[in-house]
Ligand binder design. Sequence first.
Ligand SMILES: [Zn+2]
Length: 307
Amino acid sequence: MGVNIMSEMNEAEKYMIEQIRQGDSDTWTQMVNRYNGRLLAFAQNSLPQRADAEDIVQEAFIGFLKGLDNFRGQASLETYLFTILRRKIIDSYRSRASRITCLIQDVYKSSAQEQTTDVFGKIADSKPTASWYVSRDEQYELHRESLEKALRELVRGMKESFKFRDLEIIELLFYSQVPNKDVAKILEITEKNIAVKKHRVIKQVKEKINPKEYNADPLSPAFESMLSEIWESQRLSCPKRSTIGAYLLETLDEDWYNYVNFHLNTLGCHFCRANLEDLRQQQEESKQQTTFRQRIMESTVGFLKKS
Ligand SMILES: [Zn+2]
């Protein structure tokens, strides 16, 4: 099995964007058809009225076109669309918590979490915000890039060597920003073990980026917060849509199945759950169509002229 992780924009997506930039309406139709189901499923988490959810998805697509000139392919197309959509939902729902990345965050609220800046908002709005890092210089962007690369490699390595338990730990720590003691509770591991793993991962990442060039203290809360920021904005550990499809069809190996199940149902990643819901609906529709076609065939075949 290949490495089932989300990645940055691929060539097909780049081509698609280029066509849309040139005003190609067929490509735009294709894109809307491809993504509207999963976006709608995501929106319905927060806006249970279908009409409201549809409106906000529509606004997100408009927002995408309006901001097209600013889009630099810093995340996959799907992640970018979710980002815009989430921004719109937050705008329409000021009173709600600003982080709606995964279900587990609804349960484990931490003060660290509340201090986190809204990464998604930052990507969607090209306007600069007053966060702690926006004012940094180009050098910072370079560090961020190498850190992102190091994290991506780390996740890939864990998946390739089936270290899913470790991956679950760091997903809870960095993606969901659950405090150590709660990670220990969820996974039934001692808090000390969690702390050791966390320290090791941070050290490993630190070794991968060039320490000479990196002037921030790699064990500082700022560094940790940067790890979380990258993890979330890149959805570093999110399984691919095709993997979620295989999960639904129960064709994944046991290890993968359990991990994807964790990501969807324990962690409760809202982005991946939206994909799951969309795939489930597609499967249901195709089942209905097949049944309908069979009914037509069975009821009409006797009337076919024998030649
Ligand atoms: Zn996910």
